[in-house]
Design a protein around this ligand. Structure first.
Ligand SMILES: [Fe+2]
Ligand SMILES: [Fe+2]
Length: 167
């Protein structure tokens, strides 16, 4: 039996992952409208990953005999000041998600729910990767600034990203 507090935290996380997908899709639209199709692609892949996380957690709740609670997905902001500002927001968002994942891991440990701890461990590692990648992109975009040649290069680089289902 999964404890109520842990079930609730996992349900909230299922919804939070869908919000992340929504947020990244809005960033994809922002980049697309600026004409940066490669950056838009990077965000579209990021959004798909978040959907995969959300669905994975949703399935886990059902597996543990819990009815997942469906919450309103809040609207992300529609516009940004610059691409650098977008990636700064990504980093801030991923740091916030790390806090939520760590809280679930702590709850699982407190409740000696080894199965749930084992499940959420994957996300602990995933967040290390997410933060590191976001930090890297913030740094890159801060150096690129408005340089058209460098923007063209990074756009071509980010166009190469492909979605692979992690589960
Ligand atoms: Fe995620
Ligand atoms: Fe993420």
């Amino acid at each position: 039996m999964i404890k109520d507090s842990l079930a609730k935290a996992l349900s909230d996380q299922f919804n939070a992952e869908y919000y992340s997908a929504y947020l990244y899709l809005s960033m994809s639209a922002y980049a697309d409208r600026l004409g940066y199709k490669g950056i838009a692609n990077w965000f579209a892949v990021q959004a798909k990953e978040e959907l995969a996380h959300g669905t994975h957690i949703y399935r886990y709740l059902l597996e543990r005999g819990v009815a997942p609670s469906f919450q309103d997905v809040k609207a992300p902001q529609a516009a940004y000041e610059s691409l650098q500002a977008v990636f700064e927001k990504v980093l801030a968002h991923e740091r916030q998600v790390t806090g939520m994942i760590n809280r679930i891991a702590s709850l699982a440990l407190d409740e000696k729910d080894h199965a749930a701890y084992d499940f959420i461990r994957w996300y602990v590692d995933e967040q290390v990767e997410e933060e590191s990648e976001a930090e890297d992109l913030v740094l890159k975009f801060s150096r690129i600034g408005d340089n058209p040649g460098l923007l063209y290069q990074i756009d071509a680089q980010l166009a190469a990203r492909r979605f692979t289902d992690p589960f």
